[in-house]
Design a protein around this ligand. Structure first.
Ligand code: B12
Ligand code: SF4
Length: 447
């Protein structure tokens, strides 16, 4: 059998991210390809670097589908099915909204697939594909003895092909996050020796951990970092503020090759954090957390989100001021987006504040999808655009790098990539049904 596994990328995200330097590959499809026995021929297609051939002579097409990609994926799936290909959809969006995804697939894989995907492959060989494969909530898949992801099939990513996952889940419950709806609640950990062996086999000198919260269990993290010492790889990972207070852990991470931590700060407003169940972040401790990480020679990339209920039009300038003084090395800046089945979606939907349920707007970068509490959608868009331009201005990059004094070359390269991406022309209009006559801040997005 010929199996084609697609990592899609919708036109909005592709346009938005062009020119950034940290576009590491997604692991989902290489991971699933690892389960396919050598009796089948499996191909990966990464839409960031390759085009989809709808006439490809394959028996089965598997597509992973997030909410921002949903409309794009449905169109692609329909086009494959018209040509007689069997299509399997899985991933966050079909798991969250299976009824919506069902008409676009011959089979849906709902939830985690380590147990169900092998079953589906077996059914395929016997010619009896079932319409739905659902992971059993009470029996989450084990992460032991997983097959090695087929990174050899990733095309066009160069040194950004290597990503690794060691854990699954997160102990927190932020109201904008989909983790608790897409994964079983149990936190799971891969055996450290298996993770270390996988890292030893990577081709690139650096990689990214795609775990949601790599430091969530300190004992596990210590054991993992011990096993990684001497592997001579540099890496980045995502962590939360409450997990970086331990100097011993940071020192162990640095010894294991950590050069950058992505810190989910989200907001500099206590009220905003409280409004989304993220009050475990302490704004007064942000400066200390960043300084402590810097002491270990690790740079900090923060996640910053605008549009929470505690945010008014002053949040952009205030955040910029604080973040610059703290010497933050970089940031991923997003607009709050209410993903389906989250607490925040429920709240905004019930209060009639959603502007659209067209999922192509739900990417956190190129559109506003709801009416903010303390400003207009236009003010949120203009403030977000203003913040990005200021944060990635030459002056601000220089000031932050000088204050941080941590890995300046890495920081300059990353910031330069984000700065280049500011000029990307983006398709579409950022406010669904918004007034095209309104004064939106387009100046440097080339529309
Ligand atoms: C790494 C990551 C990223 C990376 C890389 C993504 C990329 N290159 O495209 C970066 C940082 C760039 C990123 C960006 C974004 N991300 Co992201 N990301 C993740 C993260 C942490 C890990 C994904 C991963 O590799 N998982 C490991 C694999 C093995 O698991 P999996 O993908 O869930 O797949 C399993 C099952 O779902 C199933 N499965 C999945 N697909 C398929 C397909 C088939 C055919 C089958 C059979 C099975 C199957 O099998 C797998 C094994 O069990 C997830 C959270 C998470 N833990 O999954 C969020 C997550 C996917 N991201 C999310 C979001 C919202 C975003 C952004 C929109 C955020 C933003 N505002 O900028 C952007 C959009 C990016 C885009 N390309 O569209 C949401 C998606 C929610 C949703 N409803 O779709 C998630 C779930 C996070 C969350 N907390 O809610 N992300
Ligand atoms: S800390 Fe991050 S991964 Fe965990 S629930 Fe909150 S947003 Fe999701």
């Amino acid at each position: 059998m010929k199996i084609l596994l697609i990592t899609p990328e919708n036109p909005f995200i592709r346009a938005f991210r062009r020119g950034q330097f940290n576009n590491f590959a997604q692991l989902t499809m290489p991971h699933l390809a690892g389960f396919v026995s050598r009796q089948h021929e499996v191909t990966l297609l990464d839409e960031r670097t390759q085009s989809v051939d709808l006439d490809a002579p394959v028996d089965l097409v598997g597509i992973t589908c997030s909410t921002p990609n949903a409309s794009h994926v449905y169109r692609m799936a329909d086009a494959f099915r018209v040509r007689g290909r069997l299509v399997v959809l899985g991933g966050p969006h079909p798991t969250l909204l299976p009824d919506e995804a069902r008409p676009h697939a011959d089979a849906l894989v709902i939830g985690e697939a380590e147990n169900t995907w092998p079953q589906l492959l077996e059914d395929l060989t016997r010619g009896g594909l079932q319409p739905e494969y659902r992971s059993c909530p009470g029996e989450p898949p084990s992460l032991e003895h997983l097959p090695t992801p087929r990174r050899d099939l990733i095309a066009g990513r160069g040194w950004l092909a290597d990503t690794v996952i060691a854990t699954r889940g997160c102990p927190h419950r932020c109201h904008f996050c989909n983790l608790r709806q897409i994964y079983a609640p149990d936190l799971r950990f891969r055996p450290v020796e298996e993770v270390a062996a996988e890292i030893r086999g990577l081709r690139s000198p650096f990689f990214a951990f795609w775990d949601d919260q790599l430091f969530m269990d300190r004992d596990y993290a210590h054991r993992l970092f011990k096993a990684m010492e001497g592997l001579n790889r540099r890496w980045a990972a995502m962590v939360t503020q409450d997990s970086v207070s331990d100097d011993r852990l940071l020192a162990a991470a640095a010894r294991a090759g950590c050069t950058c931590l992505f810190l989910g700060l989200e907001s500099f407003s206590e009220a905003s954090l409280a409004s989304v169940n993220k009050a475990f972040n302490r704004v007064e401790g942000y400066g200390d957390a960043i300084a402590r990480i810097h002491t270990h020679g690790i740079s900090v990339q923060a996640g910053i989100v605008f549009g929470f209920d505690g945010d008014d039009t002053s949040c952009f300038e205030r955040t910029l001021d604080l973040i610059t003084r703290m010497g933050l090395d970089g940031a991923t800046v997003s607009i709050l987006t209410p993903f389906p089945q989250t607490e925040i979606f429920r709240k905004l939907n019930e209060s009639g504040r959603l502007l659209t349920q067209d999922w192509s707007y739900y990417n956190g970068k190129t559109a506003i999808t709801f009416r903010p509490a303390q400003m207009s959608p236009e003010e949120l868009w203009n403030g977000y655009m203003w913040f990005r331009r200021q944060f990635f201005s030459r002056r601000c990059i220089l000031e932050r790098t000088t204050r941080s004094r941590t890995r300046p070359l890495q920081t300059l390269a990353l910031n330069w990539g984000y700065r280049r991406a500011l000029n990307n022309p983006l398709p579409g209009w950022p406010i669904p049904d918004g007034d095209p006559g309104v004064n939106l801040d387009w100046s440097s997005v080339g529309r």
